[in-house]
Ligand binder design. Structure first.
Ligand SMILES: Cc1ncc(COP(=O)(O)O)c(C=O)c1O
Length: 449
């Protein structure tokens, strides 16, 4: 049998006598004497499978191993879902969804998607440059620009990709750019900033004084970009956006605001916190997701026509990937257009959030005070956080995920509750009773009620 070309190449490259076999051996055949001696001389001794298993075992020991609940969302019943578990299937109440307003099951959104899939079929058929731009993408980008009062918008396959590739492109291509990044920015922003290769200064979380001190250290002539979020998703706190804009104007910096946990929910049209505070026009880039309050998937940036055209023309995460299916664009547009006109969902969410916070405080559960819709209940230990969520699920049919390192610092492990307009009074009663039961079973600390 002749050697495979690959075997020839690999073994030949290292100058090892070519191994004539049936073609399956490329230098790593477990019981092959020639391969073993070649590996001992030239190869890496890592046992790959053992390495993976040991890493996962370490996560398990630390209590940080993530178990995915096998849930089946049911349109029309959210926040109830069917939980597929070893003993069968049962209803659970979801208390940690980022489908914050229940738009994932909204009749207008579903109708728009049914109509679009029958009219347009499934995939986009390519990247946006090559046959993947459909009229639905164009309309969606127009809606997003209108949502934020900006000249233009650009859609990406996720909020993560939008951040990573936009920041990487802006930071890399603006000559000599310096990026100022909030210490608690999301991983997608950190990755984009790192990939830009630009000089980076991390300022203390939500701290304009520290940002200013860092701005002052940099040559005033250099282009500067300030990257931050509005609502921080783990603590639920909100950035001093106006103060950051003041500094940006004073120091001639470009502003990049991630409104992923705010779009749809804040502002009279759901444009986010900057819109609620009447300062949208002061931000150069507003970045958002279609995957949370809009109940879909995808991400975007909105800003000036020139900036959007620049990112469209240069960002690898936009250029080199297949466009979102047009049916997703149609559903997202229906969701955005609905939330631009309807306050019902936003008001409903606010009411439910206020009630959950008030009830948690009244019974002395350790709620982290937040000004947003995110309700963190602190536990402070990874293994205990997992036990809390297991008990909530097993004893009370309540689904929340434990939040552990690296998402939050060690010692601040928590559950993160996201009340929405579809959580009823009875569900809230049940949540409080269940939490009290679990706190008692595990002898967890409470606050003075
Ligand atoms: C602040 C922030 N930005 C960006 C993203 C990424 O958005 P997406 O889930 O649409 O990829 C997330 C995701 O949770 C996020 O929390």
């Amino acid at each position: 049998m002749p050697e495979t070309p690959w075997a020839n190449k690999i073994l030949g490259k290292h100058g090892i006598a070519l191994h004539k076999t049936d073609g399956c051996c490329v230098g790593v055949e477990v019981n092959c004497r020639i391969c073993l001696s070649a590996r001992a001389r030239y190869g890496c001794s890592m046992q790959y499978e053992d390495f993976f298993a040991a890493q996962v075992a370490a996560l398990k020991r630390e209590g940080r191993y993530r178990v995915f609940a096998d849930l089946e969302r049911q349109a029309g019943r959210f926040p109830l879902a069917l939980y597929h578990c070893p003993s069968g299937r049962r209803d659970v109440t979801v208390w940690c969804s980022n489908d914050y307003l229940g738009m994932g099951q909204h009749p207008h959104v579903r109708a728009a998607m049914h109509e679009a899939i029958d009219r347009l079929g499934t995939g986009a058929g390519g990247t946006r440059n090559i046959a993947g731009t459909t009229h639905e993408h164009v309309l969606l980008e127009q809606s997003l620009a209108a949502l934020h009062g900006k000249e233009a918008a650009l859609v990406f396959t996720s909020g993560y990709v939008a951040n990573e590739t936009s920041l990487a492109t802006l930071g890399k291509m603006m000559p000599n750019c310096v990026i100022f990044s909030d210490a608690l920015n999301h991983n997608s922003m950190i990755a984009g900033i790192r990939n830009s290769g630009a000089e980076k200064h991390v300022f203390r979380h939500n701290d304009p004084a520290d940002l200013e001190a860092k701005l002052r250290q940099v040559d005033p002539k250099r282009p500067k970009l300030i990257a931050f979020e509005s609502v921080y998703s783990m603590d639920g706190d909100i950035a001093p956006i106006a103060a950051f804009c003041d500094l940006a104007e004073r120091y001639g910096a470009f502003t990049y605001l991630d409104e992923v946990h705010a779009v749809g929910m804040y502002g009279p049209r759901g444009g986010g916190v900057a819109q609620e505070r009447g300062i949208e026009h002061r931000l150069h880039v507003i970045q958002g997701t279609l995957g949370k309050a809009f109940g879909m998937v995808g991400g975007y940036i909105a800003g000036s026509a020139a900036m959007v055209d620049f990112v469209r023309s240069n960002a690898p995460g936009f250029i080199f990937t297949t466009a979102l299916p047009p049916v997703i664009a149609a559903g997202a547009r229906a969701s955005i257009n609905h939330l631009m006109q309807s306050n019902r969902e936003r008001h409903g969410q606010r009411d439910r959030v206020a009630l959950v916070k008030q009830r948690l405080t009244a019974v002395g559960l350790p709620l982290l005070d937040s000004e947003s819709h995110i309700v963190p209940v602190m536990i402070g230990d990874a293994s205990l956080a997992k036990q809390v969520t297991d008990l909530l699920l097993d004893r009370h049919d309540i689904y929340v995920q434990p939040i552990n390192y690296p998402t939050v610092p060690r010692g601040t492990e928590r559950i993160r509750i996201t009340p929405g307009p579809l959580h009823t009074d009875a569900m809230i009663d049940h949540l409080i009773t269940a939490l009290l039961d679990v706190w008692q079973v595990l002898a967890l600390k409470k606050e003075a009620a």
